[in-house]
Structures are given as structure tokens and as C-alpha cells.
Design a protein around this ligand. Sequence first.
Ligand SMILES: Nc1ncnc2c1ncn2[C@@H]1O[C@H](COP(=O)(O)OP(=O)(O)OP(=O)(O)O)[C@@H](O)[C@H]1O
Ligand SMILES: [Mg+2]
Length: 365
Amino acid sequence: MTSNTLPSNQLKLSAEQKYQDELQRLQEQDKGRKPQGWKLSAHAVRRFILGDATLDIQKKFYGDDALVDRALVTLMGNQGLMLVGEPGTAKSMLSELFSTAISGSSQYTVQGTAGTTEDHIKYSWNYALLLAEGPSEKSLIASPIFHAMRQGHIARFEEITRCPAEIQDVLVSLLSEKQMMIPEMGQDYSLYAQQGFNIIATANLRDRGVHEMSSALKRRFNFETVKPIQDRAFEIELVQLQLKQQLAELHSELQIKLPVIELLVTIFNELRTGQSLQGANLKTPDAVMSTAEAVNIAHAAGLQAIYLGDGVLRAENIAQQLLGVVFKDNPDDVKRLKYYIDTVAKERARQDSDWKAFYQAAREF
Ligand SMILES: Nc1ncnc2c1ncn2[C@@H]1O[C@H](COP(=O)(O)OP(=O)(O)OP(=O)(O)O)[C@@H](O)[C@H]1O
Ligand SMILES: [Mg+2]
């Protein structure tokens, strides 16, 4: 359920709730030309996602400004936008931000699963009403994509490759014809998409092959690969920012030392790339070493420090969370992590007190 007032105990706020003030400021200042059906100009959408100090708009997506520009151009055109990439590279976040800024809502979303059916993409019926009154607008239950077409909004399709290919292909005609036939209501009864309608789909590269996409569908989308953040400084900034946001009010109770965040990001960076900062080769684990996972660890370590410690986020908290959060159940990964601890971390522990604390806690794994 959505509402305009912010429910204080809601676990996660939607982007439109979270950034209500920013969106309002952007709207008030927006003098740029708006594509038809858009709530903001492309310039303003860009500022919403990449930040703007003059309007106090926070930077939300780090590392690839050009991708945001290309995605905006795609969304203005006839093609859908397909965001692909490794897990935890902010594909879903980007699709939420784009749809919020462009349409004012991120809620027209289909979550792709093996059980997704054509009805979830198009429409179904309220059978009691259907029997009583026959097919009508009243007895029709619209899907999120149906709503988005009718209102000229962006619809989101999450994890599209989890759906069987024949179900994915329902999108082919929707994207090329921009209309949805409803034969039950009469041979020529159709829903025509309004200006502003488009689809942003996301797909995880690790799931590719679960259900490949047909070439007909691929042709209807422009693909953008979202890569893990390459720049260490960006990643450090992002982890700090997200940690503060995730802890919300608790944040004031936690003392965060920058070197500890740097240590966390370094560990992720080195294990992800298979190279230490000094150039030594490392074995990369199968586990996902994304920025999103680094934020999860920082969050878990922060909670541990607040509730079970003295309110200071320390390297040993990071060590303790690393195993459970990232190295879930793969014994080979645990060996790879041990190798990292016994070589890279051990060496650094000789000169650095945070690495020493990390090493001493991690050695016990
Ligand atoms: N380049 C980035 N800019 C901003 N946040 C990022 C970036 N890369 C990763 N993140 C982090 O990832 C989180 C969002 O992950 P999200 O769920 O959108 O990833 P995803 O790519 O959809 O993953 P999955 O494939 O598992 O669904 C953000 O909240 C943020 O912490
Ligand atoms: Mg996702």
C-alpha cells in the first residue's frame, strides 16, 4: 500500500517518499524542455540521479555518468531500457530512480519469477464480477504495465530473465505496437499507451541462461551494462553515505572511523578484482563482492557495535560480519578468504593497527 504521508515504521521507503523534497525542488527550478509525458526535463532527471550541490540534491549513482545520459536518451525513444550486470551493481536502484524522476512513481513494477504468467504482465479478471456482469473495465484487473501504459508512466520489469522466454515475449508486441489488445472486450478493443510510457527491465548476468531472451525481445531493448564501481574513493564515499542512511536515527550513536571503511572497501576491491593494491594475485571468491554487499557488512558491523559493543565501528566488527554476510556456504570461498587473511591482511597487520585488529579477529575463522 502506498500513501502520501510517510508511515514512520515502514521498513523501506520508496524513492518517491524518500526524495520527496529533492523532487519538489527540482520541479520548481526545472526550466528545461520536458519530453512528452515526463514530469521533469532530462536535465533535471540527470541532476536527480547524479546530484547537484546548488540545489542540495544528493548524488545517488556513482561511477558512470555517461550511462545515465545514454539511458535517458533510450527512455525518450521507442526502445525499452535493459539494465544488465553482476548482482549488486545498482540496476534496481537505477530503474527505481529513473521511473520516480520521470513518472513520479516507481510502483508500476513486475517482479519476474519462474511463476510469472501473461496475466501478471497484461491483465486478469475478477471472476465474480466477470460472471455477474461480463467483461468490462470494472471486472478487469490491470497489471502494473497496464496501469503504466494507460497513464503514460515508466513500468519496471525486475529480473526479467527469471521468467520463461514465452512469457518475456509478451513484451515484444507491447513495446513495438505500444498497445494491448483486450479481445474479451470486443475484437477491436485495445489499450493504447500514452506518451511517457516505456519499460525499464533489469537482468542479472549471473542468472543469464536461466531463461535466455529471444532475439525479437532483445531488439526491442537498448542494453546497458552496469559495472561495479571502479573508483576506490567513490566506493568509500558511497559506503559511508549508505551506512548513515541505513542506520537512520541510530547513526548518531555510532562512531565511524574512515580507515575502517577504507579497510572494508579495500578487502572487497581486492577480492573482486583478484589483485591486491600491491599487485599480488589473489583467488577471487564465487561470492558476490559487490558494493551492495559491502554496505550490508558495514550495516551489520555497525549494528553489532551499537548494540553489542561500545558504539565504535571497529575493524574486528567487519571481520566478524564478513564470513556470514559474504562467504555464506561455499567451503572453497572460505579457503580463498583464509588465503587472503594469511597473506595480504597479515602483511598489513605489521604496520597498521586497524589491519592488525582485523587480522586478529579474522584469523580465528
Ligand atoms: N554505482 C553505484 N552507485 C550507487 N550505489 C551503488 C552502486 N553500486 C552498488 N551500489 C549499492 O547497491 C545497492 C543497490 O543494489 P541493487 O539492489 O539496485 O542492485 P542490483 O544490481 O539490482 O542487484 P541484483 O542483481 O542482485 O538485483 C545500492 O543501495 C548501493 O548501496
Ligand atoms: Mg535488482
